[in-house]
Design a protein. Structure first.
Length: 572
């Protein structure tokens, strides 16, 4: 009978059916077992040298240590707990794998850029790394457990460690020092600009095109330049660029130039209807640096999502057939292009404060197109100058960017005031039917529909603000807002335009407002409150002294005025 397999009783008694066991039988068994353990550990880590393997003799203390190490590293369900083992695996993968907390997607760092990968690829990477710790193999439950812990240990709640850094094709550009440094996984870049940094690059074609498209308007060009800079490096200015103009004026070319600058993969295209009504649409903006919204003039509904993404408010991240994973704050910029200014049912200043309107009115001629034909077309010529465009944009001082994009002290430009009147019906009524008069008091009033006496109705029109506003809406074909919203929205617009208007304490006759006066024929020499223009007697559309009211013109045509006041009359 072989003595390799014996009962514990026989080993204990030192007897076999063939006779007594040799004196060194027990030690030989231990040494053989320990040598086997040592060989396994040596295969796991070839760099470790165990001198006792060749002799086959290991001390009892060494054998105990080896066996303990083997059990901790290799025993499935024993030794290290899953959480501790997962921490060691996470330390190995921290510069290679990351999990986005918002989307639940796995990312892999490839040459310094974190790119999304399929879940199966992440699992394969985890499986391969885990084999280095458990060389004898492991169960699927062990793999699932480790992957579950890694989702916690490798989760990323924010990408990009420094907004002042730009990921170029030839390195990481520090926009403060304009120095290039190598990529690092710690930068957490999940995007990259599609061109290299060249400190000597200049622009020629782009500068000429901007001059042609804007008719040399320096204010518009500097506004575009400032907006391009915050698209690249971000900023606290909560604005969206609204490009307005008829077809063939270069609006699309300007947008294409901005997309080329930021990179095709780093922008998202949508429209207002989908953005506001499709609950899955905001998710397409996640981790994008530019949102381009088109066909906006045809939409006239709520713009709550637009206000959220431009105002730094959280928006829901929902994807079809997937459970909602959370919300995010959109950190990019928004560009809206349309033939006409967008209309909405939001009469507050919330949307007006976010608008940054520029007008493109010069038609692109055949001669203009022929000018760029030798370059392969205007867009191809622009693409060749992207490094120069980057230098030109980044060279704009931050203080000048803030001046161009912020409404510091209510400093609305003339174009912004005109745009407010064109897009906000309550502002249009203020400009058409009211004048500023210090100390003058009007009651807000209520709807005149309940009154039967015509004389009483006409008196309400001439003495109270809300009835006057209701008549203006009827004559212009607009839907009046409820009286409960009227006062707050009226004061909100007055504050946005820095008009000297204030609410007074409510008395027995209702709410009162000081600073506005309903316009009459005798007020023709007084400028309009918002656009600061003069109206002739024929254009005064609130003549309460006449028996038959004059039919109001469309509020969107308030630009038809006789005379524009000089700049020194603007209330800034």
């Amino acid at each position: 009978m072989s003595t390799e397999y014996v009962s514990s009783a026989e080993e204990y008694l030192g007897q076999t059916p063939d006779g007594p066991l040799p004196d060194d039988y027990g030690m030989n068994r231990v040494n053989a077992h320990n040598a086997k353990i040592a060989r396994r550990i040596a295969r796991r880590k070839k760099s470790d040298t165990i001198d006792t393997i060749s002799t086959g003799a290991v001390s009892s203390d060494t054998a105990s240590t080896l066996e303990s190490t083997f059990d901790e590293k290799n025993a499935d369900g024993e030794g290290l707990k899953d959480s501790l083992l997962s921490k060691q695996v996470a330390a190995k993968l921290r510069t290679e794998l990351a999990l986005d907390e918002i989307t639940g997607d796995w990312f892999r760092c490839i040459k310094g850029i974190w790119k999304p990968i399929a879940k199966i690829r992440a699992t394969k990477t985890i499986n391969s790394t885990l084999h280095k710790f458990l060389i004898e193999g492991f169960s699927m439950s062990k793999l699932n457990a480790v992957e579950g812990f890694l989702k916690l240990y490798l989760a990323v709640d924010a990408w990009e460690s420094d907004k002042a850094l730009l990921p170029m094709q030839n390195g990481v550009l520090d926009t403060k020092t304009m120095a290039l440094t190598p990529y690092s996984a710690a930068h957490r870049f999940n995007w990259q600009l599609p061109y290299a940094y060249d400190p000597e690059a200049k622009i020629k074609v782009i500068r000429q095109w901007l001059n042609d498209a804007t008719s040399g308007d320096a204010e518009i060009i500097n506004t575009i330049r400032a907006f391009f800079k915050i698209t690249l490096v971000g900023g606290e200015v909560q604005k969206f660029l609204e490009i307005i103009g008829p077809g063939g004026t270069g609006k699309s070319t300007l947008i294409r130039l901005l997309i080329l600058l930021i990179g095709e993969a780093n922008h998202s295209a949508t429209d207002l209807k989908n953005l506001e009504q499709n609950r899955f649409e905001p998710a397409t903006l996640y981790c994008k640096h530019l949102a381009v919204i088109s066909d906006s003039s045809r939409y006239g509904g709520e713009v709550s999502v637009l206000k959220a993404i431009t105002g730094g408010d959280p928006v829901r991240h929902e994807r079809k057939n997937q459970q909602q994973s959370g919300s995010f704050v959109y950190g990019g910029t928004v560009v809206i292009a349309s033939n006409e200014a967008i209309q909405s049912t939001d009469y507050s200043s919330g949307l007006a404060r976010r608008r940054l309107p520029i007008s493109f009115v010069r038609k692109i001629t055949d001669e203009d197109k022929a000018k760029w034909r030798p370059y392969g077309g205007i867009e191809k010529a622009m693409q060749a100058e992207l490094p120069g465009l980057l230098n030109w944009v980044l060279s704009m001082p931050d203080a000048e960017v803030a001046d161009r994009l912020s409404t510091i002290n209510g400093g609305l430009s003339k174009a912004q005031r005109e745009h407010l009147v064109e897009t906000n019906k309550l502002a249009a009524w203020i400009d058409d039917n009211l004048v500023l008069k210090e100390g003058h008091i009007h009651y807000v009033g209520g709807s005149p529909n309940a009154l039967k006496d015509q004389y009483a109705i006409e008196r309400e029109y001439g003495e109270k603000l809300y009835p006057n506003y209701c008549r203006w809406c009827v004559e212009n074909g607009f839907q009046a807002i409820a009286v409960q919203r009227f006062t707050n929205n009226l004061l909100d617009i007055a504050e946005h335009c820095k008009l000297p208007v204030k609410p007074l304490t409510r008395d027995a006759n209702g709410r009162r407002i000081s600073g506005f006066k309903i316009r009459t024929l005798g007020d023709g020499a007084i400028a309009t409150p918002i656009t600061k223009t003069l109206l002739s007697a024929d254009e005064c559309r609130s003549n309460v002294d006449t028996t038959t009211p004059k039919t109001l013109e469309n509020a969107d045509s308030v630009e038809d005025v006789d005379k524009t006041l000089p700049d020194d009359t603007e209330a800034f």
